[in-house]
Design a protein around this ligand. Structure first.
Ligand SMILES: *Cc1c(COP(=O)(O)O)cnc(C)c1O
Length: 405
């Protein structure tokens, strides 16, 4: 087989379909978030304002986070030096896991390499090792949960997105004696919609099902201490497993689950994706711990973010640009055409110094192509005006329709 030709043909297919991903080559500026230097193909550099970062609150460059990481590097060096079992457990990992358990008011926590690995390993392990376990998964669940479920080989039932009645119906049809695990998210990343958590948990209780909640887009951002939507709604103690990331609002890297002591010990003891992988560097654990602690008591970042989300939505409304309504911090500006979405994104970057990655199929359904904008606490009103002005110009240039006020 001509492997090279095969790879190239497959890539050409992606390009023809408009699904080929091009990375923006950026150097983020500590102290200047959300500004970054962009490296162009010709080697030239320019300054851009980032509008699509999942470092939602700028914690990745917060002095508290950075200082904690530097201190840990000076103390412990670069890497962890092993898997958690074989010499890789550093005291910073233990402190982080205590911090996480406290954040979600759970008995225990386990740190994994990423949010992806946390979902993959935890769901894969639970669903494969609980005898006869069946999974009930929200139809919009993230790829990491889908892969974990697939890996477990447990029977899977997809319920309609955010539809507790559909979940209830499916659980009612299942064998009452079979162990059931319900997997869902709080804030969905692409539409920014939030699940009806209490209703879902009521139904889990009714059928004796275990609940598994991905709070990746909510931790740090919602709840009085940043514990997520479950904390905001006073529901943390009713969720069996709360999963999160340290790479988004906490600005560092890593993933985790929190739950009862026995469940955490079970995943720790049986999950291959945890056992056989080098522990994250102590400095990451130290930085994440500092970031979590900061957001437990500081409301300022969340308040400023909410204000900027509100201002952006008002300015978009004023000029009739369509954005999907939701009650989260994610502002999806709807283009509805893959080529135009990419075109607008390219021109924003090349001509206006604004970086918003286009979101096209298969990440979102065809016809709902969008710019997923994530205002943060450090965007200024001038940044917002600049973004909205540029969008308005490009909207006209692409002959896209506007809502009539
Ligand atoms: C990003 C994401 C993850 C993975 O988290 P990482 O820490 O980035 O690996 C898991 N679930 C959802 C819903 C996500 O959006």
């Amino acid at each position: 087989m001509n492997f090279e030709a095969f790879f190239e043909t497959e890539l050409d297919k992606l390009k023809d379909a408009g699904n080929y991903r091009v990375f923006a080559d950026l150097e983020r500026h500590k102290g200047g978030f959300p500004k970054a230097t962009r490296y162009g193909e010709d080697g030239e550099t320019s300054e851009v304002t980032v509008w699509c970062s999942n470092d939602y609150l700028g914690m990745g460059q917060h002095p508290t986070t950075v200082a904690a990481m530097k201190e840990a590097i000076d103390k412990c060096g670069a890497g962890a030096g092993g898997t958690r079992n074989i010499s890789g457990t550093n005291h910073y990992h233990i402190l982080l896991e205590e911090e996480l358990a406290d954040l979600h008011n759970k008995e225990a926590a386990l740190m994994l390499t990423s949010g992806y690995v946390a979902n993959w390993a935890a769901l894969g392990t639970l669903a494969s090792r609980i005898p006869g376990c069946e999974i009930f998964s929200d139809s919009d669940n993230h790829a990491s949960m889908i892969e974990g479920i697939r890996h477990s080989r447990a029977p899977k039932h997809l319920w309609k997105h955010n539809d507790p009645a559909d979940l209830d119906r499916m659980l009612s049809e299942a064998d009452p004696d079979v162990p059931k695990l319900v997997a869902f998210e709080s804030v969905y990343s692409m539409d920014g919609d939030i699940c009806p958590m209490k209703e879902i948990l009521d139904i889990c209780d009714k059928h004796g099902a275990m609940s598994y909640l991905d709070e990746v887009h909510a931790v740090g951002l919602y709840g009085p201490r940043g514990g997520g939507i479950a904390e905001r709604e006073g529901l943390m103690d009713r969720v069996t497993v709360i999963q999160g990331t340290l790479g988004k609002a906490y600005g560092v890297m890593g993933g985790y689950i929190t739950a009862s002591t026995a469940l955490i010990d079970f995943v720790r003891s049986f999950a291959s994706g945890f056992i056989f992988s080098t522990a994250l560097p102590p400095a990451l654990a130290a930085g994440a711990t500092a970031s979590i602690r900061h957001l437990k008591s500081s409301e300022m970042e969340r308040a400023r973010q909410r204000k900027n989300v509100r201002i952006l939505r008002e300015r978009l409304d004023a000029i009739g640009l369509p954005h999907m309504m939701n009650e989260s911090h994610i502002v999806p500006v709807m283009v509805g055409d893959a080529k135009k979405c990419k075109f607008i994104s390219d021109l924003l970057l090349d001509q206006h110094g604004i970086y918003v990655q286009p979101i096209n199929y298969p990440t979102v359904p065809k016809g709902t192509e969008r710019l997923r904008i994530t205002p943060g606490p450090l965007h200024t009103e001038a940044d917002i005006d600049h973004l909205v002005g540029a969008l308005s110009e490009l909207w006209s240039q692409c002959a896209l329709s506007r809502a009539v006020a």
